[in-house]
Ligand binder design. Sequence first.
Ligand SMILES: Nc1nc2c(ncn2[C@@H]2O[C@H](COP(=O)(O)OP(=O)(O)OP(=O)(O)O)[C@@H](O)[C@H]2O)c(=O)[nH]1
Ligand SMILES: [Mg+2]
Length: 265
Amino acid sequence: MGFQVNLHRADRAGPGARGAGLGSCFTKEAAVHTKGDFNNQVRTACQEQRTGTVGFKISKVIVVGDLAVGKTCLINRFCKDTFDKNYKATIGVDFEMERFEVLGVPFSLQLWDTAGQERFKCIASTYYRGAQVVIIAFDVNDVASLGHVRQWLEDALKENDPTAVQLFLVGTKKDLSSPAQYSRIEEDAIKIASEIRAEYWAVSSLTGENVREFFFRVASVAFETNVLAELEKSGSRQIGEVVRIGSNPSNLYATSKKKQSACCQ
Ligand SMILES: Nc1nc2c(ncn2[C@@H]2O[C@H](COP(=O)(O)OP(=O)(O)OP(=O)(O)O)[C@@H](O)[C@H]2O)c(=O)[nH]1
Ligand SMILES: [Mg+2]
């Protein structure tokens, strides 16, 4: 039996829900990875079941952007395969859990759908903290929403470590734009994406175009980063190795004391 590189949602893994490797980027001009496959170290670690705590991890993903750009519809298309043409503003936040299986390892994303309306923004921003992935959404038919991307990024990064966050810039409602209109805004979007080091995608929640591909890409990129971080963190200790706690209680005390002082600094 050969080893299969796959990524699929663990809950509703239909035949189309499988993809090979990292999945393709939307455009190479603004992509996090230009290679199509997982890092070799990551693949080997998964094969040898040395992924540490990654299999139990839930990565937090926040979706931010102007009101009515289609954040809720994007999440609902992916998580529930539904689309609502009536606008219902998100009040504060909402979240969905999605379980994936990447290279045979379970991996979960917690997708936080935040409010774009100014009056709900301060409630929403209290949930930005601890995000591993920030998705900034804009409407490809609304240049102003693209213009606000940097402000959304700044707000999201205030609550997070900028070096630890992966960014995606997503143009929504692609179905509403003509090819000519779309290519004009795409040029600007790619420029901004490159400047802020985000991976660019364009999707339609109405037709479903690129929605699944996009979230699979988010999941695989987040997964790969988590495994690499685990491998780095473990250093000489092998990930997956059993840590034996000895009978000497003073060792335990020393460990917990050290932890305590580090967090109270
Ligand atoms: N044609 C089209 N309409 C869309 C698409 N995505 C969203 N819409 C519509 O745009 C409106 C706003 O969508 P929402 O998903 O509620 O927007 P939001 O970004 O969550 O808005 P807030 O919660 O206020 O921040 C709704 O009327 C949707 O039906 C799309 O891909 N195509
Ligand atoms: Mg919403």
